[in-house]
Write a protein that binds this ligand. Structure first.
Ligand code: AMP
Ligand code: MG
Length: 322
């Protein structure tokens, strides 16, 4: 079975084709804001403009008549971006007379992570621009055991970078600065039950600007935020008794975060997994692959059901595969 998947919830427009064995092709184009952060309408215009070009490109690599289904990220995400993606997917599905499959974006991060690493039943830390969640499967659903009470960790990092005068996305630049940090400044460490919060931490870090070196602020921010994420992930693993941990989402590319989590896993004799970098952040292959899993398990989306879901939760999807 060959499934085409379209991802376009936020900054990355990405189209891929996968089968059971591998990613056959993937073409992507990132929206990069001229200034500031992601502007939903500008991002959706970018996606609308580039969609026909990316589809043409992928069909020059792989024949369209060999596609068995069309999957798309139905949410969560930015409304205007989701609508562009869904419209293209509906059109393709009608034109090719093939099933349409609306995929939950968070679920897709988890499933491609498992596929690429061989993790079976992990506690997943999903850290991206808009989302930060600790997820694990229990019964026939993925459940969220802890999550951010305000902004996503990637969003917090990007905002701090902007205050430093650095362009979007700030993640990799903050990581480079933090490597040169020497002094740790105490910042608010906010874990409430199994949830965490980053906006107070961000404000406190921003207040250090002018008083401390950028390197030390970046370092202190990362150490504090990543320790919070590691603590909640460890508590979910202890509670569930699971001995695998999977890291996914764009912020997962951060080496310091990976090191903290890997050490935590070693301490408790658990296995740490992280997919290759191109499958960490938003990508079309994760949508295509999850669409394939859903299709094989009899899940399809009618036109009526294909309405976009900006607040789509992972718990809403029944999980009928192993
Ligand atoms: P996603 O939405 O999953 O594609 O993730 C995008 C987010 O990942 C953005 O907020 C980026 O700044 C962030 N990011 C990318 N690389 C890194 C990195 N090396 N360290 C921290 N954050 C990163
Ligand atoms: Mg994402």
């Amino acid at each position: 079975m060959n499934v085409l998947g379209i991802e376009g919830t936020a900054w990355n427009l990405s189209v891929a084709i996968v089968n059971e064995e591998k990613v056959i092709a993937m073409v992507s184009e990132a929206y990069i804001p001229k200034e500031g952060g992601i502007h939903p309408r500008e991002a959706s215009q970018h996606h609308a403009e580039r969609m026909p070009i990316l589809l043409k490109k992928i069909f020059s690599i792989f024949p369209r008549d060999k596609i068995d289904a069309v999957a798309f990220s139905q949410g969560p995400g930015l409304g205007p971006c989701l609508r562009v993606t869904a419209t293209a997917a509906r059109l393709l599905s009608l034109k090719l007379s093939k099933p349409l499959i609306g995929v939950n974006h968070c679920l897709a991060h988890v499933e491609i992570g498992r596929w690429m690493t061989g993790a079976r039943n992990p506690v997943t830390l999903y850290v991206s621009g808009g989302n930060s969640q600790v997820i694990a499967r229990k019964g026939g659903r993925y459940r969220v055991f802890g999550e951010t009470l305000d902004i996503g960790i990637g969003n917090a990092i990007d905002k701090l970078a902007r205050k430093f005068g650095l362009p979007h996305p700030g993640g990799p630049k903050i990581e480079e600065l933090a490597k040169k940090g020497e002094k740790y400044y105490s910042l608010p460490y906010v874990v409430k039950g199994m949830d965490f919060s980053f906006s107070g931490l961000l404000t406190a870090a921003e207040r250090l600007i002018g008083k401390a070196r950028f390197e030390d602020i970046a370092y202190s921010f990362q150490e504090t935020a990543f320790a919070m994420l590691t603590e909640v992930t460890e508590r979910a693993m202890a509670y569930l008794g699971y001995d695998e941990m999977l890291l996914v989402g764009g912020v997962g590319a951060n080496e310091r975060l990976q090191k903290m989590l890997r050490e935590m896993c070693e301490d408790r004799n658990a296995k740490f997994f992280a997919p290759p970098k191109q499958y960490m952040g938003d990508n079309g292959a994760m949508i295509a692959y999850t669409g394939l899993l859903m299709l094989k398990n009899g899940q399809q989306t009618s036109l009526e059901e294909s309405i976009v879901k900006p607040n789509f939760r992972i718990e809403e999807v029944p999980i009928t595969w192993s």
